[in-house]
Write a protein that binds this ligand. Structure first.
Ligand SMILES: [Zn+2]
Length: 106
């Protein structure tokens, strides 16, 4: 039996969009780290200000990781990137193997 046909395509697309959005947020946070630290150090010349930037970035990163790991798979309802206590940021659901772009492949 095809498991994919049991879920409404609109709900599936909306769920996958949410997972992709959260992943993008996390990758964006990771990507701004080096230019952010460099800019802060260059502009302020202060270790203290750079340390503060790092602290804020780290808190945002932890929040971002939390949001990505708690994203649910629209097909099986399990956490998309979590299996047990291990988070893995793969492009497939760790439970039902649903691809992150399954709604775009038609
Ligand atoms: Zn799944």
């Amino acid at each position: 039996m095809d498991e994919q046909s049991s879920v409404d395509p609109a709900i599936m697309a909306a769920g996958l969009r949410k997972v992709r959005k959260r992943r993008w947020l996390l990758w964006s946070l990771i990507l701004i780290y080096l230019p952010g630290i460099w800019s802060c150090l260059t502009l302020t010349g202060s270790d203290r200000a750079t340390g503060l930037f790092f602290g804020i970035w780290l808190i945002l990163l932890i929040i971002g990781v939390f949001f990505v790991t708690t994203a649910k798979c629209p097909r099986c309802g399990n956490l998309f990137h979590m299996h047990g206590i291990t988070p893995l940021y793969l492009r497939n659901c760790l439970h039902c193997r649903l691809h992150i772009c399954a709604d775009k492949r038609k």
